[in-house]
Design a protein. Structure first.
Length: 369
């Protein structure tokens, strides 16, 4: 039985989360705290008693971010899962929390009815399983969850949303267009890992860049803004119709699938409301599949920390049509060694490296610097 400390100022959320956790049989809410200061006191008084702390972002007396910082100072090394609201301020604070070392975050329901839906329960339990390395139970993945450790299933055909917008995948001929693309995928632990990769890339890397980070709509904009502030390359949340430019990085918008189309010889981003695949929207497999047969001379695929198998099948297919070089993060430096492990064990990775070597490997792999 894994013991959980729950810190939230909302009596309703404490009740809902406690009911979900205590009904699972593998986890129990051992203690609760009504604000960050009370939570810190519990952690200090009961060191070693908790396997995970669930923290609200915005609380009186001490916020979730302040509590995370105090946990670091006190060397309290247990995974922290943030529970965040879908508002601009909440999204920005959540990204900061992930930078500070929070393990994962779960989107807080905005009503009692939504709190009883499968999505919230599934996301919370999946995150607890990963944080405690608890074997997975079969759970419903009907929504657009943040976390998913079930194998991705191939979906044939396109939704009506996509079908109305003709996708063009030209066959690769000759030497290509002389361009290089970097396509990166990550999930749990991704925001912090990205802070150790993207700011290390040179201003003129000579390649366009795409990132699929598993996050819901409203959070990827905050992630893009934070990375832009600390990076030499231009970073933005992808918009429908964006032309992929060299030295620019586009983060897939949460709640949408990102595909790459060709229009008038340019690689153009399409954001579509296709169904989630394996519970994921955005899904890296879909991004990689859309690049099949594209005229890029080289596509550098990078798979960082994250739960599940997303990216494996997309990269496998992409390697059949294009010149692809794959870099995977190694197990010791991953928050969750899921996505990179699946790519490495499938024999798809050209390099498996610690996080602090990945930026350099990307630059070398582009062959343009």
């Amino acid at each position: 039985m894994k013991n959980i400390l729950l810190v939230d100022d909302s009596a309703l959320i404490r009740r809902v989360i406690s009911d979900i956790i205590n009904s699972d049989g593998r986890f129990q809410v051992k203690d609760i705290a009504r604000d960050g200061l009370e939570g810190l006191n519990q952690l200090l008084k009961n060191k070693g008693s908790y396997d995970v702390a669930i923290l609200d972002v915005n609380m009186p007396k001490m916020t979730g971010l302040e509590l995370l910082a105090e946990m670091g100072k006190a060397k309290i090394k247990i995974p922290a899962i943030m529970v965040s609201t879908l508002v601009k301020e909440g999204a920005a604070e959540t990204i900061k929390a992930l930078d500070l070392g929070a393990f994962d975050f779960v989107l807080k329901p905005d009503s009692y009815d939504k709190s009883r839906e499968d999505d919230f329960r599934t996301n919370l339990i999946r995150s607890l399983e990963a944080a405690t390395k608890t074997p997975t139970k079969a759970l419903s993945m009907s929504g657009t969850g943040l976390t998913d450790i079930t194998p991705n299933k191939m979906i044939t055909g396109l939704s009506s949303n996509t079908a109305t917008r003709s996708l063009v995948y030209p066959k690769r001929t000759g030497a290509g267009n002389g361009k290089v693309l970097i396509a990166l995928a990550c999930s749990t632990g991704g925001p912090k890992a990205l802070q150790n990769v993207v700011p290390m890339l040179p201003r003129r890397i000579g390649a366009g860049m795409l990132i699929v980070q598993h996050m819901p709509e409203g959070f990827t904009k905050s992630l893009a803004d934070r990375l832009h502030e600390s990076s030499k390359v231009n970073v933005k949340e992808a918009e429908d119709g964006d032309i992929i430019k060299e030295n620019h990085l586009y983060i897939a918008k949460g709640g949408y699938q990102l595909r790459v189309n060709v229009q008038s010889g340019e690689s153009v981003i399409l954001l579509v409301k296709d169904p989630p695949r394996g519970g994921l929207r955005p899904c890296a497999d879909i991004m990689y599949e859309s690049l099949m047969g594209s005229a890029y001379d080289k596509i550098v695929c990078v798979v960082l920390t994250g739960m599940g198998a997303d990216a494996k099948e997309g990269i496998r297919q992409l390697k059949q049509t294009n010149n692809v070089y794959v870099i995977a993060q190694d197990e010791p430096t991953c928050t969750v060694y899921g996505m990179p492990r699946m790519v490495a064990e499938a024999g798809l990775a050209d390099e498996v490296l610690p996080l602090n070597q990945i930026a350099g490997a990307i630059v070398k792999a582009t062959g343009v610097y």
